[in-house]
Design a protein around this ligand. Structure first.
Ligand SMILES: [Zn+2]
Length: 104
């Protein structure tokens, strides 16, 4: 019981950090056909703990969805980013306000 609570607390802390680091823009993702959080390449690299070059590779391989506009520049869809990692907190930040999914 105590262990479980500690683990959840750590995950919650990671979400807090992720939110502060990325503060994702929400935009329409044509690949997901829904609204998704969007982050810059640098933010995506931070979230995945990889180099920006790895993120660029994933984009070139078509494994990540991208969104580009003159205002925002190139952004990466968090939902597709989440599929590259089994870390729970990607799910939680992909849709703002759905932290309750953490409890399961
Ligand atoms: Zn997407």
């Amino acid at each position: 019981m105590g262990k479980r609570r500690t683990r959840i607390t750590i995950e919650t802390d990671q979400i807090m950090v992720a939110r502060r680091v990325v503060s994702p823009v929400v935009a329409w993702c044509p690949k997901c056909e829904t609204e998704s959080g969007m982050v810059t390449l640098t933010q995506a690299a931070l979230l995945c703990h990889v180099d920006r070059s790895a993120i660029q590779d994933w984009i070139h391989n078509g494994r990540l969805h991208v969104f580009e506009s003159p205002e925002t520049g190139l952004l990466v869809c968090i939902t597709s980013l989440g599929r590259m990692s089994d870390r729970l907190w990607f799910q939680a930040i992909a849709h703002t306000g759905e932290q309750s999914s953490l409890a399961t």
